[in-house]
Design a protein around this ligand. Structure first.
Ligand code: SF4
Length: 368
C-alpha cells in the first residue's frame, strides 16, 4: 500500500520580503502612497521593471535620488544566481538561484530558431514525492513568492534580450515545469501568471498562449484555473494511463484518479479553448509497454477528445545512482505509433540540457 501523498506538507520556511512584482497595479499604488510618494511613481517604477526589465533602482534616472531611496524597499533582491551552466552550444542556460533564506530553486533558458523559452520553478522543493524525480526526494522547502517567480522570468527576459543565447532574442514562452507543483502554490502562481501576461507597465507582456502550467493533476485547482480567464496551456503530468501504476509513480493519484484528472483536463480545454498537453516520461520497463500506449490513446480520445489533446513524450533523464532509465529508441517509436493510431497527436520532447542535468530538480540536487 502506497503512503498518502505529501501534498499538504507544511512548508518549512517563511516567504521572502514584499516585492513590487508581488503587487497588482492598485496594490502598487497603495504601497507607493504608504511610502509617501504620489501614485504615478508606482507606474514609473513598474515601467522600468516590467517594460525594460530593470530592477536596479539606481538605473531609474527619471526618478530623483531621494525618490529612488524611498522606493528601494519595494525592489529587494529576491533570487541571486549561485551557479550558471550552459550547454547545446550556449542555446541552453541553466541557473541555480538562492533565495533570501538560502533555499535553492532553478530555471532554464532555452533558445530556438523561432522562440526563447524559460522553464521556471514555483516551489523550493516539492511535496508530490514522485519517486523518479530528484526534487521529489527532498520534500517541500517552501512555496516561492509571486515576486520570486516573476523575477526568474524578468531575469531570463533581460538575459535573452542582452544576447545570453547568442543573438539578442525576445522571451516568448514561459513554462512552469521547474521545481515544484505550480497548482499547490495556486494563489502566488496565478498572480505571477497575471504579472507575466499583462502588458507593460502592469506586466511583462508575454502572450498567455506562450505560457504553460504543468500539474500532476490537482483536480479542484485545474477547475479553478480554468475559471481565471487566463488562456494558458495546461500540461498534465500523467506518466501512465492506469491507476495501479500511477498510484506509485505519481502518488497524488491516490487522491485524484486518472479518469478524474482527464475529465478535469477536458473541462479545462472546453472552457479555455486551449489544447491540453499530456506529459509522459517514458521509463524503461516501467510505463513504456505497448498496451499502455494503446490504453493512453484510447482514454485520451474518449475522455478529452482527439483534437483537444496532445501527448508530449519525455525520454527520462536518469538521476545519478537511480534505478530508473530511459526507454530504448525502438520502444519509444512504437509507443508514439500506437498513441497516434488512436488519432491523438504525439511527439517526443527535445531533451535540451541533458548534459547539465536539466531534468527537474537535478541541478539543485547535485549542487547540494
Ligand atoms: S516530478 Fe514534478 S510534481 Fe513530481 S516530485 Fe518532481 S517536481 Fe514534484
Amino acid at each position: 500500500m502506497t503512503s498518502l501523498p505529501l501534498v499538504f506538507d507544511a512548508p518549512r520556511r517563511a516567504l521572502p520580503p514584499r516585492h513590487l512584482a508581488d503587487l497588482d497595479p492598485a496594490e502598487r499604488r497603495a504601497a507607493v502612497a504608504e511610502l509617501g510618494l504620489p501614485g504615478f511613481r508606482a507606474d514609473q517604477v513598474a515601467r522600468h521593471y516590467f517594460g525594460r526589465f530593470t530592477a536596479d533602482v539606481d538605473a531609474m534616472t527619471d526618478l530623483s535620488p531621494a525618490a529612488r531611496d524611498v522606493l528601494r524597499p519595494l525592489l529587494p533582491e529576491l533570487v541571486t544566481p549561485v551557479l550558471e551552466q550552459a550547454c547545446d552550444d550556449g542555446a541552453t542556460r541553466k541557473t541555480l538561484w538562492k533565495g533570501h533564506d538560502g533555499t535553492r530553486a532553478e530555471s532554464v533558458l532555452m533558445g530556438y530558431p523561432d522562440r526563447a523559452t524559460v522553464c521556471v520553478s514555483s516551489q523550493a522543493g516539492c511535496g508530490m514525492a514522485c519517486p523518479f524525480c530528484a526534487t521529489g526526494q527532498g520534500g517541500l522547502e517552501r512555496n516561492m513568492s509571486t515576486g520570486e517567480i516573476v523575477e526568474q522570468v524578468r531575469q531570463a527576459a533581460a538575459a535573452a534580450r542582452d544576447g545570453a543565447l547568442g543573438a539578442p532574442a525576445r522571451l516568448s514562452n514561459v513554462v512552469f515545469m521547474g521545481m515544484g507543483e505550480p497548482l499547490a502554490n495556486y494563489k502566488r502562481v496565478v498572480a505571477a501568471l497575471r504579472r507575466i501576461t499583462s502588458p507593460a507597465p502592469d506586466g511583462l507582456g508575454i502572450s498567455a498562449r506562450g505560457v504553460t502550467v504543468s500539474t500532476v493533476g490537482l483536480v479542484p485547482a485545474i477547475d479553478k484555473l480554468a475559471a481565471e480567464g487566463l488562456p494558458v496551456t495546461l500540461a498534465v503530468s500523467l506518466h501512465t494511463p492506469d491507476d495501479e501504476l500511477r498510484d506509485t509513480l505519481v502518488p497524488v493519484n491516490n487522491r485524484w484518479k486518472v479518469d478524474e484528472v482527464l475529465d478535469a483536463a477536458r473541462r479545462y480545454a472546453m472552457t479555455t479553448g486551449r489544447r491540453v498537453s499530456i506529459e509522459y516520461a517514458l521509463i524503461r520497463d516501467v510505463n513504456d509497454h505497448p498496451w499502455r500506449a494503446d490504453l493512453l490513446g484510447k482514454k485520451l480520445a474518449q475522455r478529452i477528445g482527439k483534437h483537444r489533446v496532445h501527448v508530449n513524450l519525455i525520454p527520462l533523464n536518469p538521476t545519478p545512482g537511480s534505478e530508473w532509465d530511459a526507454s530504448p529508441r525502438r520502444v519509444q517509436d512504437e509507443f508514439v505509433r500506437r498513441v497516434e493510431a488512436a488519432g491523438v497527436a504525439c511527439t517526443v520532447r527535445d531533451t535540451r540540457g541533458r548534459e547539465i542535468a536539466a531534468a527537474c530538480g537535478q541541478l539543485a540536487a547535485s549542487e547540494a
